[in-house]
Ligand binder design. Sequence first.
Ligand SMILES: [Zn+2]
Ligand SMILES: [Zn+2]
Length: 283
Amino acid sequence: MKAKNSEYFATVKQNIVEAGFMSAEISDFYQDIFGLQDKYLDRYKNNVQGFVISSPDSLLPVLKDTSPFSAELNAILFESFNDFVKSIEAHQKGLNYNALLETYGNNFTLFNDTLKIVLSDNRAELKKISDDFRIGFEEYYYLVLNMFKPLVVAMRGDVNISPEDSSFEDSRCPFCGYYPDMSKIVESRDNVRILHCGFCENEWRLKRLLCSVCGNTETEKLGYLTAGDDTLYRVDYCEECMGYIKTLKVNRQNEETKYNLTVENIITTRLDASAMELGYKRP
Ligand SMILES: [Zn+2]
Ligand SMILES: [Zn+2]
């Protein structure tokens, strides 16, 4: 079984800080956020029965469903909202989310509305909301993404949702539509390439050699970078769109379940920095 995000992070945290890849302060912040997500994931699991997916190719029901969340679910969401805000405010002095908390507290239907906006990737609308509350877009987006993350993980349940159609080339998550945060190549499974969703943590197979950002299949425009003698990570890039994705290589000696890609993404920002320095970007 895959370790919980907070447990996995706790096992790698010290090494990451000692190697200078992350400050102790930031690592404490992530430890808090992962802890909150694990805590709420357990609670949502008991409150998402209404969203159980009947067919694997169905879109996330919340996007189609016009019925509001249950009062119980809204109450947990509001509690979690307060917890995430507290944690972010404690680590980033100067941020103030009081107006936001008050508005959501007075109108619980905003949770369902906001999740729909996040899932439809309507960043212009999110920007409008953050402007209304005089919060930076990045701060607001970070807050809602991380706060809703355990809910969409719970909605997906324990099974990975793969695209039914074998010609499926879209590299967006077949369950929630979000972007992959990382990919992995599993040597013991014929070097299969798996994408991992940055939101609902779904994992699905990338069936052909293509750019996971734009879908380009011209192999001469695809390549990857490695850092020195690092055999665990590489950065796959595409010259067509200049997009990239970080890839973790699971070699034959290791179990696939040993790695937690949600946490691996957070602890490998040095790879993002190198890729961006070379002019590549992630969606
Ligand atoms: Zn997803
Ligand atoms: Zn591309």
